[in-house]
Write a protein that binds this ligand. Structure first.
Ligand SMILES: *Cc1c(COP(=O)(O)O)cnc(C)c1O
Length: 430
């Protein structure tokens, strides 16, 4: 791919970005899936300034804590389903997943089963870019740059459009979930600590699993007594039309990874929400020698708390479920009328379209045609940020997007698809 000078983003307001050349760009990706309440909310800046003046920093080691961390943990426990009542803070989603690796292994140690160490994950899942997060993830290019830690095994992803062949979506969802059972039996159930998955794979291309998938994964985790970790870094905090993606898919995890939308990206913060039983077991084992200097940083925690206040006071999750999703869904699905678009998927405000030269056979373009990249370039030229993952184009706009802004997003997407199609025709690729 040709090198290209980076675009310099200078301002943000609502769903809109401005660059150094004065373009007004509609941000179909909420930054990197995180600016859920939109850009430019002054309340968050004011809370940050106030917190810095009062207590800029303190740590949560050595039996100390501070009010923003206490208040934020309580608020998260209130919003999280079931008995997910305890929060271990980190500075990012990657750090939180590193915490999860140590936490689930420690859990089994304290339970007297130190042999339960292996964590099962999915190919093309994304769990971050640290050594632990990158290893949990199933992205081979990431493994190729720096390696992969031991004790992590991968099964195939529930990507029906790309890998389902002749199977029905439902049968395929079951088959892919049953790979978890096969992997557990292959490894020996007594060696398996946990399974981790994103309710919807985000960075992997917004892969929305068939409806049969998660119930079967849940059944298998329950049957073999292994811990279930839902990586909610993208799907948490309203993205799917509920507070958590686990609620949308009926998943009952022991641990949730959170970050991104927790603070709407205004401050770096992440964490692991842990259920009562895991917290009690790990807590019962004495001190857990783990934590980060910036775990629960008071400024980040105060900003996240203000973000959650705005989310609730302005009924933003209801807006996603009742207004923005239904409106976008109708227009998003209609993109399949375009000759280039095979399928269109959308849950809440997280969507993807598959670009294909043949809808009937769900064919792929040759890799070196870089069709996703070409389409992204057209979006850029039309002042729309839509990301490409292979030949899938994906969106996750700020949750506050209005119906009028959805119209603009769709109009720009269609124009970009048209121009991409013309370019492919000119180059003999369709
Ligand atoms: C972004 C992401 C992460 C990593 O979070 P960082 O804050 O970038 O470290 C982990 N899991 C998922 C599902 C993500 O999308």
């Amino acid at each position: 791919m040709p090198p290209r000078a980076p675009r310099v983003i200078t301002r943000g307001e609502g769903v809109w970005l401005t660059d150094s050349e004065g373009h007004r760009i509609i941000d179909g990706m909420a930054g990197l899936w995180c600016v859920n309440i939109g850009y430019g909310r002054k309340e968050l800046a004011q809370v940050a300034a106030r917190q810095m003046e009062e207590l800029a920093y303190y740590n949560t080691f050595f039996q100390t804590t501070h009010i923003p961390a206490i208040a934020l943990a309580a608020e998260i426990a209130k919003l999280a389903p079931g008995d997910l009542n305890h929060v271990f803070f980190a500075g990012s989603g990657s750090e939180a997943n590193d915490t999860n690796i140590r936490l689930v292994r420690r859990y089994w140690d304290v339970k007297g089963m130190p042999w339960r160490k292996t964590i099962i994950s999915r190919w093309n899942g994304y769990h971050g870019s640290t050594m632990g997060g990158g290893s949990l993830g199933g992205m081979k290019p990431i493994h190729a740059h720096g390696g992969k830690i031991d004790g992590i095994e991968h099964i195939d992803q529930p990507y029906w459009w790309g890998e389902g062949g002749e199977m029905s979506e439902d049968d395929f969802g079951l088959a892919r979930a049953r790979q978890l059972e096969e992997k557990i039996l292959e490894l020996g159930p007594h060696n398996v600590a946990a399974f981790i998955g994103e309710p919807i794979q985000g960075a992997g291309g917004v892969i929305i699993p068939p409806k049969t998938y998660w119930p079967e994964i849940q059944r298998i985790c329950d049957q073999y007594g292994i811990l279930l970790i839902a990586d909610e870094v993208i799907t948490g905090f309203g993205r799917t039309g509920n507070w958590f993606g686990s609620q949308t898919f009926g998943i009952k995890p022991h641990i949730m990874t959170i970050a991104k939308g927790l603070s709407s990206g205004y401050q770096p913060i992440g964490g692991s929400i842990v259920c009562d039983e895991v917290a009690e077991v790990v807590g019962g084992g004495g001190e857990f020698f783990h934590g980060y200097t910036y775990s629960g940083h008071p400024v980040a925690a105060a900003v996240a708390l203000e973000n959650l206040r705005i989310m609730q006071d302005e009924h933003i999750v209801d807006h996603v479920r009742d207004v923005a999703h239904p409106y976008l869904k109708a227009r998003w699905d209609a993109l399949t009328d375009h000759p280039l678009v095979g399928e269109a998927k959308l849950v809440g405000l997280m969507g993807s379209i598959a670009l294909t030269p043949n809808k009937a056979t769900r064919a792929k373009f040759p890799d070196d045609a870089n069709v996703g990249y070409r389409c992204r370039e057209r979006c850029f030229a039309n002042d729309l940020i839509m990301r490409a993952v292979g030949d899938r184009m994906i969106i996750a706009p700020p949750l506050v997007i209005t119906t009028a802004e959805i119209d603009i997003l769709i109009d720009r997407a269609k124009k970009s698809l048209d121009e991409c199609w013309q370019g492919l025709k000119a180059d003999g690729l369709v």
